[in-house]
Design a binder for this molecule. Sequence first.
Ligand SMILES: NC(=O)c1ccc[n+]([C@@H]2O[C@H](COP(=O)([O-])OP(=O)(O)OC[C@H]3O[C@@H](n4cnc5c(N)ncnc54)[C@H](OP(=O)(O)O)[C@@H]3O)[C@@H](O)[C@H]2O)c1
Length: 248
Amino acid sequence: MARALARGWGRPLLCADPIAERARSLAEEVAGEALASNAEVAERAELLVLCHKPAQLQAVAREVAPHARAVASILAATPLAALRDAYPGKPVYRFIPSLPVEVRQGAIVQAAAADTDAAGDAQDAALDAAVAELFAELGTLVVLDDALLDVAMGLMSCAPAYVALVAEAQVDAGVRRGIPAAQGAELVVQTLAGTAELLRRRGNDTVAVRREVASPGGLTARGLDALERGGVRSAFSDALDAVLGAER
Ligand SMILES: NC(=O)c1ccc[n+]([C@@H]2O[C@H](COP(=O)([O-])OP(=O)(O)OC[C@H]3O[C@@H](n4cnc5c(N)ncnc54)[C@H](OP(=O)(O)O)[C@@H]3O)[C@@H](O)[C@H]2O)c1
């Protein structure tokens, strides 16, 4: 995820990774600088972006909290309160990105600061705006209550894998009826991209797009009925439950 963010920002940055070569290759790619430790990154960076696993929160904070000026976390299942505990007195921000940030087409969700912000003293309006702007460069930024961030993650961070699976299923259906896989994939992937744009222009009105394509008694209506009977809605609902259940 760190690599996807860095590619999306496309400008020099400082990075560190337990495997030095991994940090070096990322720094090379974005004309940035790989440093020997997280602490050095924290000392030099204006904003420290945490991209390690959630279970490493305390260990990394012990190393970098004394040096960090401001912290943005992308860790799943790690609420703002836990970040504030780990980085006392520092401005902290919580985002959940999705892989398409790499091509600046990501969905990014930000945790809203609470009204009664215990860490209010540490936050600064200009910094808040600059950090939000930085993440908004990567796609569409949506602000939600902190408690909903993991639910949002189950929708948008997992979705590139879901969409890839759905595309693959469609291509395979075409292959079964004689369409070569490569051409089938061109058709399906372009249709996904075009439909996303169309939905956006229709104000994300999914029903409107469905009605436009499905004439009464027509072929698409029959296809949609087969998908509904196949359990497409409950499958996505179960997937979200599985993701949220797995975190607890
Ligand atoms: N993948 C997504 O789509 C997605 C979306 C939203 C949020 N997230 C969140 O983003 C974070 C990273 O996810 P990921 O999928 O990119 O996982 P990942 O591929 O395992 O990346 C985590 C990276 O952090 C490194 N790391 C381990 N210990 C570290 C330390 N002490 N200091 C600095 N770096 C350390 C890991 O190195 P090793 O591999 O050597 O341990 C690895 O390179 C997670 O907290 C996840 O919840 C992921």
